[in-house]
Write a protein that binds this ligand. Structure first.
Ligand SMILES: [Zn+2]
Length: 281
């Protein structure tokens, strides 16, 4: 078995790869052992996922929505108690998320001296207007999810992993994710629904969408001699309502922008799916 990213032998790999990190709420969408070697798995966690997950907006989302990391940890936030900075923590005890504050001594003194006073404690809040910007932190993170989602989609077909590994069309995106070269790879980023949106299923039960994804081929095909080459293969993923689109075929996004224009800015995740949820952002 070979690794999807470095193409080296990965038969002895010990880790299961989470396509979307657990720190964004994914528990089940994974690649079997060996799809990604341990070296790449570690590298991607440290150099690709962590810089994205540690962005201030992602920390706020993870804290506010109680999304624990693989190690059952939450980000630590700096709160404010009447002008005094306090550390605000969340921890899991007996399966429940318990918030706590690290109280500095001067605050304890203040409370002891003025026990009747009205105090206000605040922590920064996550809001829907916060979107990650363009840049290699975002595009490498989304590119990693895209390549792994493609491997997952093809995983039921024989030899599909080898074909994906040997397909030179995917070398540029692979190198962008694994080596940061080429450096720039544009993504399309927007919000298509609130991170707090409740959906209702046919039984009247409410639910929330943590993540969803799909592929889009706008139908622009180039020819390499006689053989068709798919020049554009878009991966579209929504994470807590933030929609990201990336072209696995090359560092350009114009085909997606053209598709959006033709489809009245609908999301490909919903367009034409004959779903009651079908919607425009
Ligand atoms: Zn590898």
């Amino acid at each position: 078995m070979r690794c999807l990213f470095c193409k080296e032998d990965s038969s002895s790999a010990k880790s299961i790869e989470h396509i979307i990190p657990e720190s964004l709420g994914n528990k089940t969408l994974t690649l079997p052992r060996g799809y990604v070697c341990d070296k790449c798995n570690n590298y991607l966690a440290r150099e690709v996922e962590k810089p994205f997950l540690e962005r201030e907006d992602m920390r706020l989302l993870r804290f506010q929505e109680d999304i624990p990391s693989k190690k059952n940890k939450f980000p630590l936030l700096e709160g404010n108690w009447d002008g005094i900075p306090v550390e605000v923590k969340k921890e899991i005890h007996n399966g429940e998320v318990i918030p706590s504050i690290g109280m500095p001594p001067e605050l304890l003194v203040k409370i002891l001296l003025h026990p009747q006073e009205h105090y206000q404690m605040t922590v920064p809040a996550y809001t829907d207007v916060l979107l990650p910007p363009q840049g290699s932190i975002t595009s490498r993170f989304i590119g990693k999810i895209a390549l792994e989602a493609l491997a997952h989609k093809l995983s039921s077909l024989d030899d599909s992993l080898d074909q994906l590994i040997d397909d030179k069309q995917f070398d540029p995106i692979r190198n962008h994710v694994r080596r940061g070269s080429p450096r720039a790879w544009p993504c399309h980023i927007r919000r298509i629904y609130s991170h707090r949106k409740s959906w209702i299923d046919s039984d009247g039960e409410t639910y929330q969408i943590i993540h969803e994804s799909d592929f889009l081929m706008p139908g622009i095909t180039k020819y390499d001699g006689q053989n068709p080459v798919q020049a554009e293969l878009y991966f579209i993923v929504a994470l807590w309502g933030m929609e990201f689109a990336i072209n696995l075929g090359g560092p350009c996004i114009e085909g997606y922008q053209a598709w959006l224009k033709e489809h009245d800015n609908a999301s490909p995740l919903y367009f034409g799916k004959n779903d009651p949820k079908s919607m425009k952002p």
